[in-house]
Design a protein around this ligand. Sequence first.
Ligand SMILES: Nc1ncnc2c1ncn2[C@@H]1O[C@H](COP(=O)(O)OP(=O)(O)O)[C@@H](O)[C@H]1O
Ligand SMILES: [Mg+2]
Length: 255
Amino acid sequence: MKIFTVANSKGGSGKTTTAFNLGHELARLGKKILMVDFDPQASLTNSFKVELPQDQIYIEDLVSKAGQGRLSVGDAIVQPKPNLFLIPSTGALGNLESELKGPAGLVRLRECLKGVLHLGFDAVIIDPPGSSDVFMSMSLLAANEVIIPARPTDTDIATLREFVPFIEEHRALNPALSIRGIVLNQVQSSSKNAQFYLDRLTEIGLGSLIFKSSIRSAIDAANSLAYGQCSSEHKPKAPVSKDYQELAQEVAPWL
Ligand SMILES: Nc1ncnc2c1ncn2[C@@H]1O[C@H](COP(=O)(O)OP(=O)(O)O)[C@@H](O)[C@H]1O
Ligand SMILES: [Mg+2]
């Protein structure tokens, strides 16, 4: 079972949108996928548009000191769609920041995900928030693979120069961690623009990490989540839906 975190310390780089679509496309390919919302903003949870019961167990309950070892991770899992499962979060996750900061706290997500090993998932996809904070670190300590969505912009490329070493620092505590790839997201139709940033990434030694597939900038990608749908469900014929399908085709053989 592969554990991915779709991470970038830059907010708005497309983590949630990419994670949501990738999870859906892998599920459509017949893989059993567990998505974990690890962002106090709960954008991933909200994107699923599922009604959760009053007594729902959230990720913050599982990683809190009070819940650890007392709650079973399986009890927090909901299934919004065929092959697609979710551990939801709420804003209350943010209240745990100081509790989780220490060495014992930082590995709690990893400990918690050990509890899903026997549940038959092909992959777990974690959606962390966009800063180099405690939740990001916890996702990097829990994952074996990082998928980095980055926009072809100067600021996103500059962020990667710091984010890649930040990921590498976590390898001391999590030797299994590797960068699976960088997905260029919100690529404009001008291929010259994309090529310019591919060259910049190559210059800073990250060229070999770029996925063959990239995701174009498209209003359908942005809008579909508001309907609780991935791009392929919302607009099956949209070119951006094909982009996400191709990304999933690249990822699926590693599962
Ligand atoms: N391929 C895309 N085309 C157009 N808009 C996109 C695309 N991917 C993401 N967005 C939009 O960019 C914004 C940030 O995306 P989001 O996935 O929430 O980023 P993050 O989780 O990294 O903060 C959102 O408004 C989203 O709808
Ligand atoms: Mg997000």
